[in-house]
Design a protein around this ligand. Structure first.
Ligand code: PEP
Ligand code: MN
Length: 456
């Protein structure tokens, strides 16, 4: 057996609690399956399947995140609010990767530091909902909880909670990861093809021109390096990691495997798992489960988070003060970020541990328009990111990263940005299965803004 890479074993080496033990704890946002036997069979089927990611990859990501926590790198995490089974196709996956790589290159070049790239991808199929039911024209049905649980279509049949969908999540995640791995190492991510990432988009905007100018600059630098004889794999491949919200306890528990090298448990459904704002109760099943797996963990922190909440959750999930173990993803909203974030950061920093501070400028800034669309304003998104950078600057702490809902397509889901999308435009291409995402131009524009803050 190989030794654990790095060093000493963490104290946290007890085994993962059984699913029965977890189910006996307070647990929220779980499906209610009609047939326990069918559910049990699906869980057993998943337990027998190969892991989707490897423990060593999770360790590598933890090491990269430790570098972020140590001010040596920046984290870019992004992707759909909710992936869908129908969205598992090459064009869609390639589009998301392309926008994330373009954003990362902008930030790396301007910020002159490595960017750790993590997709909300290959597993982001389950959604917490604020209401259990939804009513339309007098008909009340269970809410859509993501393709992992039920169908989006508003019919009684589609909205039934079906455990067989968990096998669909596994298959969709495997197919997505396979292509992501091929794109990351098979030539697509080669920096020398940086212009091509955007080739099939109409070059009609300011942000596009800015990107092209930067790409040309990078290309010239690369030609220079090659002329000097520098040839490095680092230029032709990228490290790209998969993450999702660890919401469905049945699925996450069934995907947990013991690493043959260290005998420690990893949730092999994704590299980084995060706990959502609605499921981070200290005495709840989600925290209890994730405490026991070795993956790097994210925790969403909303505007009502107290200092005590943040410290208690850090103590529970990171008793060993291990750099890179925890990423606090703060989503305070543009109005609250400047007032509520500082005390939370100060309290956690006082414990002496090194965490990644990442800003989710999406979930605190959602509202509904008069014409019935759930949306976000690009200005609010930028305002929260700027507030996040300002707060860290004042405290002398490191604004480690961002967490963005985005897509590679030219959708019309968020207002504003370079194309000045208005409420009336939302109907054109409103395609999200859940929350509104930044489109490609809005994502690139945000990347340039972040790059400027990093370069300050
Ligand atoms: C999400 O990330 O899609 C989400 C539901 O976030 P939060 O838990 O922060 O509300
Ligand atoms: Mn969302």
């Amino acid at each position: 057996m190989m030794a654990v890479r790095g060093s000493r074993l963490p104290a946290m080496s007890q085994s993962v609690p059984s699913l029965e033990a977890l189910n006996a704890l307070p647990r929220v946002q779980q499906p209610s399956y009609p047939d326990p036997q069918a559910t049990g069979e699906v869980i057993e089927q998943l337990r027998a399947l190969p892991p989707l990611v490897f423990a060593g990859e999770c360790d590598d990501l933890r090491a990269h995140l430790a570098a972020v926590a140590n001010r040596e790198a920046f984290l870019l995490q992004g992707g759909d609010c909710a992936e869908t089974f129908a969205g598992v196709n090459a064009a869609n996956i390639k589009g998301k990767l392309r926008v994330l790589l373009s954003m990362a290159v902008v930030m790396t070049y301007a910020g002159q530091l490595p960017v750790v790239k993590v997709g909300r991808i290959a597993g982001q199929y389950a959604k917490p909902r604020s209401k259990d039911t939804e009513t339309r024209r007098g008909l009340t049905l269970p809410s859509y909880r993501g393709d992992a649980v039920n169908g989006f279509e508003f019919t009684p049949e589609a909205r039934v909670h079906d455990p067989k969908r968990l096998v669909g999540v596994y298959n969709a995640s495997a197919a997505t990861l396979n292509l992501v791995r091929a794109f990351a190492t098979g030539g697509f991510a080669d920096l020398r093809g940086i212009h091509a990432w955007n080739a099939d988009f109409v070059r009609n905007s300011n942000v596009e021109a800015r990107y092209e100018a930067l790409a040309s600059e990078i290309e010239r630098a690369l030609v220079f390096m090659m002329a000097c004889g520098v040839e490095d794999d680092q230029l032709s491949t990228v490290d790209f990691y998969a993450s999702h919200e660890a919401l469905l306890l049945d699925y996450e528990h069934a995907m947990t495997r013991i690493d043959s090298r260290s005998q420690l448990p990893y949730d092999c459904s994704g590299h980084l798992l995060w706990i959502g704002e609605r499921t981070r109760q200290l005495d709840g099943a989600h925290v209890e489960f994730l405490r026991h797996v070795r993956n790097p963990l994210g925790i969403k922190l909303g505007p009502t988070t107290t200092e005590e909440d943040a410290v208690a959750i850090a103590d529970s999930l990171d008793p060993d003060h291990e750099p890179g173990r925890l990423t606090f993803i703060t989503r305070m909203g543009s109005k609250a970020v400047r007032t509520n974030l500082p005390k939370v950061i100060e309290a956690v920093e006082t414990t002496g541990r090194k965490v990644v501070w990442s800003c989710d400028p999406m979930h605190g800034n959602t509202f509904e328009t008069d014409n019935g669309y759930k949306t976000r304003s690009f200005a609010d998104v930028c305002d929260e990111v700027n507030g996040f950078f300002d707060v860290h600057e004042e405290l002398g702490t490191w604004p480690g990263g961002v967490h963005i809902e985005l897509t590679g397509d030219d959708v019309t889901e968020c207002l504003g940005g370079i194309d000045m999308l208005a409420e009336a435009d939302l109907a054109n291409r409103y395609e999200t299965a859940c929350d509104p995402r930044l489109n490609r131009n809005q994502s690139l524009e945000l990347a340039f803004m972040i790059a400027e803050r990093l370069a300050d």
